[in-house]
Design a protein around this ligand. Sequence first.
Ligand code: WT7
Length: 630
Amino acid sequence: MTAEFEVSLESRVVRPDPVYLETSALGPWKQAYRRYLEDPDGFWAQYAGELEWVEPWDRVKDWEYPYARWFVNGKLNITINCLDRHAAGERRNKVALIWRGEEEGVERVLTYRQLHRQVMRFAGALRNLGVGRGDVVCIYMPLVPEQIVAILACARIGAVHSVVYGGFGADALNTRIRDAGAKVVVTADVGYRRATRIPLKTIVGEAVRNAPSIEKVIVLRRTVPHVALHPEMEIDFQECMAAAPSHVDPEVMDAEDPLFILYTSGTTGPPKGIVHTCGGYMVGTYYTAKYIFDLKENDVYWCTADPGWITGHSYIVYGPLAAGATVLITETVPDYPDPGIWWRVIEDFGVTVFYTAPTAVRMFMKYGDEWPARSVLDSLRVIGSVGEPLNPEAFEWYHRVIGQSRCPVLDTWWQTETGMHMLATLVGEPMKPGFVGRPIPGVSAEVVDREGNPVPPGTGGFLVLTEPWPAMMRTVYKNDERYRKYWTTVDTLYLAGDLAVKDEDGYIMVLGRADDIIIVAGHNLGTAEVESALVAHEAVAEAAVIGVPDPVKGQAVKAFVILKVGYAPSEKLKTDLIYHVRMSIGPIAMPSAVEFVLSLPKTRSGKIMRRVLKAQEMGVDPGDISTLEV
Ligand code: WT7
């Protein structure tokens, strides 16, 4: 890791239309932030108080470093706030979900009342299968309303969901099922992607072969005629819904009971099961959905992520639904049948708040201004970004072409572990291309050196969070040691793993990861998982992967491979290895290049020095190599 280096802070300031600040529910950053600093607990109590609790909390937080408890002894069920509250009141006929399939004209709309009823039914179906409080349910589904129904149904009965992105392969799914000890998998026969069918059920079949905790697989059957189901193991989604009661009371949860586990890549070892709890997560995602996106009653909100990632958990499902928003979801990819599809969706449904990733923005830039120009984007009010740094060129294009130089660009920095937005440029505040913005009101962040001392503006350092926040992860599933590491590596601060720099106004520029995580198209990949997939191939003795710059994806995976004796390098073998990674982890992990090597740079203790490989690749100085074994 390197820190403390000079970074040029020159940036243009883009001032949004003053109307955004005038109509903002949170008000100017400075005032809201001061309100937080003057009384942090009172600040959070105010937003928690806007939600329904079964029993009120005794204390806003207990902080026993590095463990926090929020809304201590508060009792709740998050679905009361996402569903019952709206379905019983004026929002009962408000549209909760708009789903657009891959094909033109394939659409479904669910009101809050309809969504509520479906969630209760599926909650009943899960209970009928013996799933209860604390049991883990793995959800491996395409982006259809039933995916969200399944997530909320788990929350309804206090089951812990572990959603695995539908783009992952069988090995990645198996690892996650086994680590969480999931009892049930909810899946579909197929997902659609570029008009081809992704055989999810077949992948599940392979993934559960070596996962003894699994008792049942629930299958949403989309294709006609229906695929056959294994009589002992598999059951039909609709049939088990039909057999379930229409009303299921919410399980009363303690604020600190787990809500879900979500796997994210680590720098070493298998992926980490990040654990989020009911109360703090509900308050954090509600507050940020409502006040950071500054959602208004008539907004049509579209976040292009998949619920399989934290962005989807927090900003498709829980946050926006707790705020009573109309949420658009779609199974379409950005460039199929052509790169105009997303802009047509915005026009067709009158999307007002749009949230996507820099990799998508850069891809659209490459296709040119003519695609968005074919659609009317006048409905847009706010355009957001998340996942990786939004470089100034991408900012300019996004603001000018999609935002028509009128919509604020809401960049948001956060992580699976943080559960909610941490840094952002609030809607209505001056924007600085290249800078994500300042800590949001409610959050304390700093850029520090190795010892944890704040570094002066213009000097690079580690991005840390200095105070606990409600939606913070509570532990790493079955591995609390890994949780503690976040808080014990740099003084007693939460180390995010990103390098950053601050300017005189407190705006933070995120420079990228400081560790062995590669962010490909906004997806977080640990070098360890990709390397172990490579090593599982019969021809591979050892492998190391690094991130190399990619103009669209931000980074791409490059693999260095040592072959076993008896295997010769060939183009065919390269293709084979790439395919192997694709099948075991998924398309996001596919190396863009494979290089056969005879040795890998290692420390004397045997650790691969990816930093050295990377420096060689980029033609730069590798820095301190005193520990390199020669
Ligand atoms: C890492 C977390 C949380 C949403 C999706 C990713 C990078 C995220 C930004 C941003 C610069 C960003 C960081 C972070 N990142 N948002 N706005 N600007 N970098 O969640 O998979 O847990 O990855 O994504 O490197 O540490 P994740």
